[in-house]
Design a protein around this ligand. Structure first.
Ligand SMILES: Cc1cc2nc3c(=O)[nH]c(=O)nc-3n(C[C@H](O)[C@H](O)[C@H](O)COP(=O)(O)OP(=O)(O)OC[C@H]3O[C@@H](n4cnc5c(N)ncnc54)[C@H](O)[C@@H]3O)c2cc1C
Ligand code: FES
Length: 349
């Protein structure tokens, strides 16, 4: 049905799930879904990651700018589209290439929040913990993220909540600082306690699935610890009893943080191991842990777990790390549809 607003609005039918919704002329199909509480597969929301790739069965559309890594020319010729880039010019019929019944049933409508910075803590030389108090509770699942906007100079970036979902009004984010990062470099002197922010969320499909069997595998690199930290705490709060393995890739020992906190959480899990691996520690004779890329190190540990299709994996962090980790997780015995990931793709604007 057409909406009564002055904006032109079209009907979108999503197959094979049979969901219908409106899309307004100036919003993408994915934005329309968020507005109406329909949780479709997505990642970056910026045409970079391909998570929202679908097929246009009928209707007229325009695609906003996207990366050909996410949608190549041949796919485009075969009516593939990215929902986060799709503007409607008529009623549409779309076939979802991937969808998740659990995601659809656990949709949380996206809302806007006003926030105030309550803490910026140094975790390592380039990692900061940003804490933000918001004006109303944010309901989210462990592993999800929010878009945070710095009003001055008007920069929006995605950051994953590091706190467990039970903490709804003070949020924490583990953020890697890039020297020339428009947002992250502001964390050293640019913004301070009391600074006002805007937040929008929750977003993301890499959230903790409940009541599953088999081990819980968490794998991250750099600021990928942020959503994993929330998932780990939420898992403990849930009281579920599963073996947990936390794999974490860093360059040197100076990049590691939360070691005492990880050990303390680990003591609350019957079968837990934290496996950090350093990729650039050749000269570090004091380091007695694993060396090499985290995905390579992970393979041997997964073999020892003898997974055989059981277990869930959550992988968060730099896109190359995720791309390398997924086949290792599959080879290690985790079903493809039980591997959840968030690629921290760089922003496009
Ligand atoms: C779903 C999602 C969740 C995310 N969650 C988090 C999180 O919890 N914590 C967190 O720290 N970040 C997270 N990110 C990344 C974050 O949104 C920003 O992209 C990142 O903080 C850089 O923003 P910036 O404005 O500081 O840098 P920009 O101004 O955007 O980039 C400046 C320069 O920094 C470098 N750079 C920026 N991003 C990257 C990158 N990903 N890899 C390599 N070099 C880069 C490049 O040199 C670039 O030219 C997430 C991203 C996505 C898509
Ligand atoms: S390409 Fe659409 S969500 Fe990433």
């Amino acid at each position: 049905m057409r909406s009564m607003s002055l904006k032109e609005s079209y009907n979108v039918r999503l197959e094979p799930v049979g969901i219908e919704m409106d899309v307004e002329e100036d919003e993408t199909v994915l934005e329309a879904a968020f507005r109406q509480g329909v949780s479709l597969m997505h990642g970056c929301k910026e045409g970079q990651c391909a998570s929202c790739k679908s097929i246009l069965l009928a209707g007229e559309i325009e695609l906003k700018k996207y990366s050909t890594f996410a949608l190549n020319d041949m796919e485009r010729e075969q009516d593939h589209i990215l929902l986060c880039r799709t503007l409607a010019y008529s009623d549409l019929e779309i076939e979802l290439l991937s969808y998740d019944e659990e995601l659809l049933s656990r949709s949380i409508p996206v809302k806007d929040f006003a926030g105030v910075v309550t803490g910026i803590t140094r975790l390592t030389h380039d990692m900061r913990l940003l804490e933000v108090a918001i004006d109303q509770p944010l309901k989210f699942w462990a592993g999800q993220y929010a878009d945070i906007t710095l009003p001055e100079p008007g920069i929006t970036r995605s950051f994953s909540m590091a706190n467990p979902p039970g903490e709804t009004q003070t949020l924490a984010f583990i953020i890697k600082k890039y020297p020339d990062g428009a947002f992250s470099a502001q964390l050293d002197g640019g913004i301070d306690i009391g600074a006002e922010l805007r937040l929008r969320g929750p977003f993301g499909t890499c959230f903790r699935r409940e009541d599953r069997d088999g081990p819980l595998i968490l794998v991250g690199g750099g600021s990928g610890m942020s959503p994993l930290w929330s998932i780990l705490q939420d898992h403990i709060d849930s009281g579920e009893q599963r073996p947990v393995r936390l794999f974490y890739g860093a360059r040197t020992a100076d990049d590691l943080f939360y070691l005492d906190e990880i050990a303390a959480l680990g003591r609350r899990i019957a079968d837990f191991a934290f496996i950090p691996a350093l990729s650039d520690a050749d000269g570090d004779t004091a380091w007695s842990g694993e060396r090499g890329m985290i995905h390579e190190v992970m393979g041997a540990y997964l073999n020892d777990l003898d997974l055989d299709g059981e277990g869930d994996a959550y992988a968060c962090g730099p896109p190359p790390m995720i791309d390398a980790a997924i086949p290792i997780l599959q080879l290690g015995g985790i079903e493809s549809d039980r591997i959840y990931f968030d690629k921290f793709t760089p922003a496009t604007g």
